[in-house]
Design a protein around this ligand. Structure first.
Ligand SMILES: C[S@@+](CC[C@H](N)C(=O)[O-])C[C@H]1O[C@@H](n2cnc3c(N)ncnc32)[C@H](O)[C@@H]1O
Length: 203
């Protein structure tokens, strides 16, 4: 594939096939290592107190954020995982059988989530397809609208030394403009050793 994916359905097919191929490996969700996955989570939640909160994880993959939460001192949370991939969600339902956890297949526009405190997104906006940029903006807006406290998302950065054809990189200044149109309480972290940045918006 030289020009990225044709549309979101092509992304879904790609992700579905990766799960079957790699199953329990962190590479099934597109990350090079568990350390880099956890560094992303560290940045996503650094400005929130997630104790007793309801957390929406958009593009939850295999639900690995739950492993991260279990290793942390965060308690009494409710977790909602959402992913476009049927195989990811089936795998999540097998892996994480807990009362405080729910999984949904689809995009954020297909469900009416009513009680979200904090919404996070790691890696789900990294796929290049025709409508990727407008979908990313709409996803950020919807996450912010649904959450009572705020949101945090990461994006691949246009400052990276190289870009794979399948990946969508974003100019941090443009994402900052999108964010400031929604909230005055915005932080952007572009200081960690991955080719990306994290943006956090609070209500
Ligand atoms: C790079 S993986 C990361 C998974 C997980 N967040 C993690 O860090 O382990 C991105 C995931 O986002 C999902 N995804 C991509 N676009 C999405 C969308 N518009 N809505 C929901 N999920 C999406 C993919 O199916 C994939 O499982």
């Amino acid at each position: 594939m030289t020009n990225g994916f044709k549309n979101l359905k092509a992304v879904t097919d790609f992700v579905d096939s990766r799960v079957l191929e790699l199953d329990d490996d962190v590479r099934a969700v597109g990350w090079g290592s568990q350390e880099s996955q956890e560094l992303r989570f560290d940045y996503l939640i650094k400005d929130f107190n997630l104790n007793s909160k309801t957390i929406l994880d958009v593009g939850c993959g295999l639900g690995d954020f739950l492993h991260y939460l279990k290793k942390s001192d965060i308690k009494d949370y409710q977790y909602i995982g959402l992913d476009i991939s049927k195989n990811m969600i089936e795998s999540c339902r097998e892996r994480h059988q807990q009362d405080n956890v729910q999984f949904y297949q689809g995009t954020i526009f297909e469900y009416d989530f009513e009680t979200i405190d904090v919404a996070i997104l790691s890696g789900a906006l990294s796929y290049k397809y025709k409508e990727a940029t407008s979908a990313a903006k709409a996803t950020l807006e919807k996450m912010f609208q649904l959450s009572t406290e705020g949101v945090a998302l990461n994006f691949l950065s246009t400052t990276a030394d190289y870009e794979l054809e399948k990946n969508q990189h974003y100019d941090p200044a443009i994402i900052l403009t999108w964010a400031l149109n929604l909230s005055k309480k915005v932080s952007l972290y572009h200081d960690y050793p991955l080719y990306e940045f994290t943006i956090m918006l609070k209500k």
